[in-house]
Design a protein around this ligand. Sequence first.
Ligand code: F6P
Length: 366
Amino acid sequence: KKKIAVMTSGGDSPGMSGAVRAVIRQTIASGCVAYAVYEGYQGLVDGGEMIKQMQWEDVRGWLSEGGTLIGTARCMDFHERAGRLKAANNMIEKGIDALVICGGDGSLTGADRFRSEWPSLVEELVATGKRREEEVKPFKHLNIVGLVGSIDNDLSSTDATIGCYSSLDRICNAIDTIDSTAFSHQRAFVIEVMGRHCGWLALMAGVSCGADFVFIPENPPSENWEDEMCSVIKKHRELGKRKTTVIVAEGAHDQELHPISPSRVKDLLSKRVGLDTRVTTLGHVQRGGPPAAYDRMLATLQGVEAVKAVLEATPETPSPVICIVENKIVRKNLMEAVKLTKQVAADIESKNFKKAMEGRDAEFSE
Ligand code: F6P
């Protein structure tokens, strides 16, 4: 029977537990044996109890759970070949040669590297006497499938990453809450949202909550943004608005890549527009908690597809990543998706903002 393991890695996101549930149940439903690797790559390196066989009922109720119930970690050991060698040995010991990983682009890149290195790792295990030639015979090839779990929605090639809509929901609820107190006091609020180098959460929260101004990394404001923002806010107030909402993505910066901090925006609103202004950093409330319906659905459909991809893979198939494009669950080339994502970061770095915007997904760059 084929043995398939599932693992979560990098920052957690709502829906990851649902993805693990889907992979485990589809694996069992396909007549294979399911394993969960606990605590991300660290579990793979440590082996033993950290790589656990899972039954259908072990994941009961996981669909509505936040975070990842099998844990995640940022693992330094896996960055070293010695750590990956241990990981390969642990997998062979359990008889596993297929791994579904739910994580961000960094975690997925690590997985693809593990796959390409696999034959030489196996060779080394035999050469150093850790494994016998006959033992490794069925494990000549490692199968990797990626699922993208991240609240940031920062992976190119997919319309949504598992967790981004739950986070967006949480942000909108928080802004609605803030709105009522802002309205009462006629105050301005500068709200910092997560997203690392990606402005999707900030931009979509701005659209969904009717923000007055939004700062995102891919499309920094004009050189005279301070005047521009103040005049927009003044105009909105003249039109009768009692509250002001400015959303700042945590990675926001100006055209020269100098960070735009919420406190700087607050000072402008207080001093130049004369508004009683507060800053709210939403922090990890954006990342924890139960997944929204969309993420439960995405995690389930993509988890099922990941197992199908494992079962259909050949040694020649490049590692796939499971995506959603125009409401269809599709397989894409994992390393191509990572490359496109890295290109956006490079475009921002080299101040080619137009290209950075185009590099993000269609609905974002329109
Ligand atoms: O990638 C998810 C994310 O929540 C980002 O939005 C944020 O920049 C980062 O992780 C925070 O990381 P940590 O939880 O390690 O502080």
